[in-house]
Ligand binder design. Sequence first.
Ligand code: ATP
Ligand code: MG
Length: 879
Amino acid sequence: MALAASEIRERFLRFFESRGHRRVASSSLVPESDPTLLFTNAGMVQFKRVFLGEESRDYSTATTSQKCMRVSGKHNDLENVGRTPRHHTFFEMLGNFSFGDYFKERAIEYAWELVTGELAIPADRLVATVFLDDDEAHDIWRERIGLPAQRVLRLGESENFWSMGDTGPCGPCSEIHVDFGVNPACASASCDPSCDCGRWLEIWNLVFMQFDRDASGARTPLPKPSIDTGAGLERLAAVIQSVPSNYDTDLFAPILARAQEISGVARGGDTERDVSLNVVADHARALTFLIGDGVLPSNEGRGYVLRRILRRAARHGVLLGVERPFLHSVADAVIDAMSPAYPELAERRAFITDRIQREEKRFLETLTVGLSLLEDQIGELEAKGADTLPGEVVFKLYDTYGFPVDLTADILVGRGKSIDRPGFERAMGVQRARARAAWKGSGDERVDAIYGRLAADLRSDFLGYDALETSTSLRAILCGGELRESAREGDEVELVVDETPFYAESGGQVGDRGWLETATGRVAIHDTQRPTGELVVHRGRVVQGEIRADDAAELRVDAEARAATVRNHSGTHLLHAALRCVIGPQAMQKGSLVAPDRLRFDFTHDAPLVRDEIDRIEDLANRWIETNAPAQVREMPYADAIEAGAIAIFEEKYGDRVRVISFGEFSTELCGGTHAGSTGEIGLLKIVSESGIASGVRRIEALTGMGALAHLREQQRTLDRVAELLKSPVGDLPTRIEKLIEERKAAEAELERMRAVQRGAASADLSGSAREVGGVRLVATRVEGVGAKELRSMVDDLRGRLGSGIVLLAAVDGERVSLALGVTSDLTRRFKAGDLVREIADVVGGKGGGRPDFAQAGGNDASKLDEAFARLAQLVAAG
Ligand code: ATP
Ligand code: MG
């Protein structure tokens, strides 16, 4: 039986206790006397003044299990949570501390003895890292511990140098990592513990506080060097219990069990649902411990962080299909599981769960209004017998109620229906156009002047390469072309903030969309632009409440749309590279559009691409996708980039330093856009059209990922329908259809032959029915089932048979009459077909005309036909 996490915690603390360390209780998540820090984020926080020599205690060594939160500031792991197997918002950090007592050697020896002895982690799976020039630590690992050289690695400052702040105590670190073996998907040539590929798991960090750094950056040795260490309990438990992620440990089992029970969703099925379950479990721990330590939901500071965590958890609850407040119940499970170690939780149980429930209920109200709207719409669909939810409705849910499109799609799929995604994108486009029009209509100059002034002391830092959410402050609100202090529901606004994860349209990639939320209002952002160099402007509409300048704001990019855009952007690079391989480097990019739902690429080429070229381009691009080559992003001087073979787009302006994106050896481009982490994320690239847009310029449109799949599926559906109609397997369709065309031709020929025979027989009959009127042979009769065209050939035929005479045939269709009249050439001096037909047509209420030997007419009173025949006889007799 593997060790339970509670046992690991206890063994850790006892190990150090029995070596003279004082067991000190965890301090609160709210740091007592450190206003610079939102939350306790490491074990050393409660000892900071002791390390600085400002406070002394009656012990010189200590050990703790410290409650930590990493959701803000320097250590912000929030975005990763739920997606990586090893990052939490709330976690427990086990540590031992020496305040000027023992130093490196003892610290390393203790750590090794505890990890490999007490906790029995196999020594051959561990590696140690040390700071570049820390020979002392290196030698301890090599000589005292006996690790082989290849398992003691030297890493640089970003990994292995720690400092308390810009000045003050600092020093090198040494970390212990578990090596899970080479990850075949890892593309790094020199994969080491600083690599993110999943091969390495950092379990313990030993910090050697050795120097005092002054404002100039100079380091002087501390008189009494100290030790600060931190080991994540959740990670240790995962390794010791041999499970693939922290969420599979016994720390999370009862919490996840509760979440699964309530949602009815089992872990281990769909990845996104697993993420949601993880998020719920992680956040429930954070909420429980935060409220337990006295933090309450509010609109600023710690309370606001708490509120965000709760909303994030609630949203994932909705994704799991839970439609009522439930986090309080998951929190109950957290309290059951954790109160043996943290008895304060059990004492405050009612308070904690009550607060969570109230806050979640409040938040769900918006969602509930949205859900009931959706219910009504589904009802309407059902009444109409339709099964596609119109794009505008999907858009309204998205825009006003913040429903991610996938959530709506998911709910509909559950009801055997679907959403009109292209319709949604169209509605989005209309809104985007409206946002643009509102901007133009306000008088560009005035707005430009405002932005010019704002840009003088404001710049919006772009964080969106790494983050999709951020907390920042709202710095400017423009509405109707002027700066405003506030804006309210319904207002079209342009917003400037300090820091933004929103990508502003450029280089063909459309601006991000998403939401901005303050304590009092919410804005749906439809477009992001950069009107002047450094200023990012978010355009959207206030969909709820009111927003005010200088409010704290939460920005959230629509992650789904961004991911789709990213796939299309990287797809465009592969398409570009493949195109150049297939038709040559003269295929210069003339423009591109990268949106969530499609990509478009214009290039110079003087002939249409042939099928074979298109196939080869697709093959190449998809082969590169298969290799799952990671994106490499570098910044370098422009000249170096061109030297390195990067494709620069003609006519585009570049600064001195450029951003270069490459995938493997095959694609290197200057690009400021957002990209997939590796080509595999693109999934599939499918060209859907190729056309000419100007002389010498061609355009390719393509789809990637699920979009490509949806397209192929649609085509498949059409084929299947055809196969069903023809009762033939899809593979046989071409032959089947060719055969059908043949058969149809033969049938038509046969039909024509039959008709000719029939006409012949009919004509023969009719010629026999000729009578003499005033010495002229006359045939005047109605014929059945004959069209106007055949009427003519019958008249011709009858004229031949009569030799000399006049023929009038009438075809009746309801009240309508078609007349055809022929006069043999010997009689055309006396009788003009055109004149005769006009008179007759008059009788049946119509008009007509023609040549002397042949004429046609139509009428709409079939009941007068006999009268018409009599009239003809009269005319002939009179002639
Ligand atoms: P990583 O690079 O994996 O994010 P880190 O370098 O930020 O880790 P430290 O600041 O050295 O980690 O923290 C000490 C220990 O705390 C780590 O070795 C790890 O075991 C644990 N730890 C750090 N961040 C988290 C987190 N977000 N969730 C769970 N455990 C964590
Ligand atoms: Mg970290």
